[in-house]
Design a protein around this ligand. Structure first.
Ligand SMILES: [Zn+2]
Length: 435
């Protein structure tokens, strides 16, 4: 019968049964060299990374820097109210740390930093300053939980930015780290441009601040040149040299930021810097959503237990509106086409079992998959499913005939969803007898 039409979805999607799950029965891996117990791995899927004693892919923390690195994005301007909104949303989402612009940057930056510290958010609040005693004192006075200090260590930055020798850098770093620690505040020391720094210089410096009691050392690919293999090598080497945690910061100039963060965690890094939609200097850093898309595949229990994944879209929309950009169509998870399926062969399998063509489960993130049925690539399973959504029952043979008709029309011109629905309805009127 063709008479009664069920309510349609607004976007013309065929929402097949969302019964898939990307979970794979594994639990977090072994024990990290810095003594963090992670549990025991029970089984492994082929797409999981190889876990060893160094890997923290199921035991990492996010330092969310939309309010620091993200403020360096070309379009970014945050008033106090917006900063509070973003900080609150990120804390509710579950990120462990929120990093704020240096209070030394401007009087308003300092006031905002103090205001966010007073909110009593669940996430720890950090600010990011130069490695000087003056900056460190102002940072500590704002009431932050932690101070991230940074200084350039590559020859090019030493020659053209701050003109300090490695000996001077080390001396100041120890003094600043010890001061911040003495104030009962967490401290991270990071080099800038780590991948263009001399390895021996870098390791000696990290070793010195580790001995001085730093909580984390940071590796930063400030110019976005590193590859996952280079990252793995450097972090793994560093892991054997220091006992403190290791934070990592990857720029995305050559589109390796997510892969580099993943490689760093495999090699023993403990913290990853992210920003919402990856906004930051130039084309930004590791995006929060992209990192979690990567990590949920191999550590589903860990990721789902720590982060409110269904809030990701809301946070991305908030930040996109604030900095006046659109969420890219191919953004992981929330992009327009992230869960759209068009080819007939894909649609058929997805309707049958979503895991056939989806490594991520849209329902984990509170978003819907979209099966495209208005094109010449469509298959009869998608058309039959669409007819059912419209309250029209057809058999397989009829669905195949109807699909040929739709393909013929779609060969001539693009079809809107309404066009296809009209073809389906008139076919049913003609071919399906009233009961
Ligand atoms: Zn950066």
């Amino acid at each position: 019968m063709c008479s009664s039409c069920a309510p349609e979805t607004a976007n013309g999607t065929v929402n097949g049964t969302v019964n898939g799950t990307t979970t794979n029965g594994t639990t977090p891996n072994g024990t990290t060299p810095n003594g963090t117990a992670n549990g025991t791995r029970q089984s492994r899927q082929p797409y999981q990374s190889v876990a060893d004693a160094y890997s923290n892919t199921a035991n990492f923390k996010i330092i969310e820097s939309t309010l620091r690195e993200g403020e360096q994005f070309a379009n970014a301007f945050y008033d106090t109210e917006t900063k509070i909104k973003i900080a609150t949303a990120l804390s509710d989402f579950g990120v462990e740390y929120i990093e704020l612009t240096s209070p030394v940057a401007s009087p308003q930056s300092r006031a905002d930093c103090e205001a966010i510290c007073k909110l009593g958010l669940k996430a720890k609040i950090l600010t990011h300053v130069r490695c000087t005693m003056e900056d460190a004192k102002i940072a500590v006075a704002t009431g932050v939980d932690g101070v991230d200090v940074v200084i350039g260590t590559s020859q090019i930055l030493r020659d053209h930015s701050h003109h300090k020798s490695m000996a001077q850098i080390t001396e100041t770093a120890i003094e600043v780290v010890q001061y911040i620690k003495s104030q009962g505040v967490e401290v991270r020391f990071s080099s800038e441009d780590s991948f263009r720094s001399n390895l021996v210089d870098l390791l000696s410096l990290y070793q010195a601040v580790d001995k001085a009691g730093v909580n984390r050392v940071g590796i930063a690919d400030t110019v976005g040149l590193a590859t996952p293999r280079q990252v793995y090598k450097l972090v793994r080497t560093l892991r054997d040299v220091v006992s403190c945690d290791i934070e990592t910061h990857f720029h995305n100039d050559t589109m390796c930021a997510v892969a580099n963060a993943h490689a760093a965690l495999e090699a023993g890094a403990t913290h990853v810097d992210t920003s919402v939609l990856g906004i930051g200097e130039r084309n930004g850093i590791t995006p929060l959503g992209g990192l979690l898309a990567r990590m949920i595949v191999e550590s589903p229990e860990y990721v789902k237990s720590r982060y409110q994944l269904h809030k990701l879209k809301e946070i991305e929309d908030l930040v996109a509106n604030t900095v006046q950009v659109n969420v890219p169509f191919n953004n992981p998870i929330t992009g327009y086409s992230a869960f759209s399926h068009k080819a007939g062969i894909h649609a058929k399998a997805i309707l049958n079992k979503p895991e056939t063509y989806e490594i991520l489960n849209p329902s984990d993130w509170g978003v819907k998959r979209w099966i495209h049925f208005s094109s010449r690539l469509t298959g009869w399973n998608a058309i039959k499913s669409r007819a059912e959504q419209l309250g029209l029952i057809i058999n397989d043979e009829q669905a195949k005939q109807l699909t040929q008709k739709i393909k013929a029309m779609a060969d001539v011109r693009p079809l809107a969803i309404d066009d296809t629905d009209s073809i389906i309805r008139s076919f049913c009127l003609e071919h399906v007898p009233e009961v």
